[in-house]
Design a protein around this ligand. Structure first.
Ligand SMILES: Cc1ncc(COP(=O)(O)O)c(C=O)c1O
Length: 477
């Protein structure tokens, strides 16, 4: 191998504009502690430094301060991302075999938690926004309907905001769920910055969620893998602690823990100025976005302030650039950004590109992105044919997910799978929602959808099969 990973990092990081996580964006001026976190202070639990899974000293004090800053009753520092928070939270509030009501667009860690805990999911599909072809807000009415249909469920799990920054009416959803006796977990992985400034939406803690999981690293100045769990009652906190001790490393990095603590302190001491600066940089981008003729940016440019179909609210930190109205795909836009503008996006779909901003962004970085888009936009033409949205059909479950995901399987061409039970999860981007998960019955509509998605060069992710055009189904079902 010609170069080491370290050499690649050192060579490429300084020259690209990071429009992806982590949210510190390598901005050492904003968060000088990030530069200090290196091998000369790298330890795990030794005398005098407290224990993450039985905290009673400096870590407990730091987590108490964090709870105060985020308006929570109890907060936990996490060093394995939101993933470990989600696995632990779901296990903390369910027993094997329980029913759980969940949004179909939940992260894969939620699906893994279903399998680990042998849960029975009752799915609620998010609404869709056709203008951008993305998963939109959860409708309060459809959640109510599902709760009434499945009174055995004890938990509601939703994601807010989504990857693209779409929010839902959390206050109404949580009070509805609480009226029906459900515990509510909110995956707020993309929203650790919410609730600190009127420029950004409020957060799930203030909406009354029982457990909230946030990836600090995605938008705030903290190292990759750092996350938080906020919990509403002492009993839940006790159970969460027990579960974290099962799923999380027993050698937590104190560099990561110190990064979380420093980030919390930074927010506590300077939030007004920090969020004002971030808002200023996003407004600088908005000025540029107003000049776009063909590319559309969710919540920006001429769309700013317009009511968007099925969208309750938007987090302005996400810059989702749609190519639907143009003669290029999201893949082509990403290639131009990468090759001609040294800009690396967060996520790419055939229909657009997601650029993620973070607290480390500045007026300069956001104007640079805006100028790049304006230059690209000038050379574009309107779309010659209307790109039709593909809508995933709904499917029925036949075998528990925990059984199906471990059972023997065979791989078949997609077109030959009607009537077979799935042995793997298949996700299509956009909109990034699982089309089928293990145990679900493949029907003709789902097959046609997958074939159309392949024809449209949409991204199709699978978890078990590895031959193009084939999917894994149960051998014996
Ligand atoms: C909605 C959502 N939830 C949870 C996660 C997991 O977060 P982490 O990477 O911090 O484990 C992600 C990761 O991208 C995500 O998009």
């Amino acid at each position: 191998m010609a170069q080491s990973l370290l050499e690649l990092l050192q060579r490429s990081c300084p020259v690209t504009l990071p429009m992806h996580m982590p949210g510190h964006k390598r901005n050492i001026t904003l968060a000088p502690y990030l530069k200090t976190l290196a091998a000369d202070i790298d330890i795990t639990e030794i005398k005098g430094f407290d224990h993450l899974h039985a905290a009673g000293g400096i870590l407990q004090e730091a987590m108490d301060q964090c709870a105060e800053v985020f308006g929570a009753k109890h907060s936990f520092f996490l060093v394995n991302g939101s993933t470990v928070g989600i696995l632990s939270a779901i296990r903390a509030v369910t027993a094997p075999g329980d029913g759980i009501i969940m949004a179909r667009n939940c992260h894969k860690s939620v699906y893994n938690a279903l399998a680990l805990n042998n849960l029975r999911p009752y799915f609620i599909y998010p609404q869709t926004n056709m203008r951008f072809q993305i998963a939109a807000s959860m409708s309060v009415e459809s959640i109510e309907q599902t709760i009434l249909q499945h009174q055995d469920a004890r938990v509601l799990m939703i994601t807010c905001p989504t990857y693209e920054g779409v929010t839902s009416d959390l206050k109404s959803i949580i009070s509805l769920a609480h009226r029906h006796g459900l515990t509510v977990i909110v995956d707020e992985a993309h929203g650790s910055h919410l609730g600190f400034s009127p420029y950004f939406p409020s957060n799930a803690v203030s909406a009354g969620a029982d457990i909230v999981i946030q990836s600090l690293h995605k938008t705030l100045p903290s190292l990759t893998q750092t996350a938080l769990a906020h919990v509403r009652t002492p009993a839940l906190a006790h159970e969460m602690q027990r579960q974290l001790a099962i799923f999380e490393t027993t050698s937590p990095s104190f560099l990561l823990l110190a990064s979380i603590d420093s980030c919390v302190r930074l927010i506590k001491e300077h939030k007004e100025e920090l969020f004002k600066n971030w808002a200023r940089s996003l407004e600088a981008f908005q000025k540029k976005a107003l000049g776009l003729q063909h590319l559309r940016v969710l919540g920006y440019g001429k769309d700013r302030g317009k009511k968007l179909e099925n969208v309750y609210g938007l987090d302005p930190s996400k810059v989702f650039i749609s190519t639907l109205n143009t003669n290029i795909s999201g893949y082509e836009l990403a290639e131009i950004l990468r090759n001609k503008h040294d800009t690396e996006p967060e996520m790419i779909t055939p229909q657009g590109v997601l650029c993620m901003t973070g607290m480390g962004d500045t007026v300069e970085t956001m104007e640079r992105l805006g100028d790049s888009l304006l230059q690209i936009d000038k050379a574009l033409q309107p779309a010659s044919v209307m790109k039709m949205p593909l809508m995933a059909p709904q499917v029925q479950s036949k075998v528990p997910i925990a059984t199906a995901e471990r059972a023997p399987f065979i791989c078949l061409p997609i077109e030959d799978t009607e009537g077979y039970v799935m042995a793997e999860t298949i996700v299509v981007y956009p909109p990034g929602i699982p089309v089928v998960v293990p145990g679900e019955l493949m029907n003709r509509a789902a097959i046609n959808y997958l074939l159309a998605a392949r024809e449209a060069h949409n991204t199709i992710l699978r978890t078990r099969s590895d031959v193009d055009g084939e999917v894994a189904v149960l051998r014996d079902a």
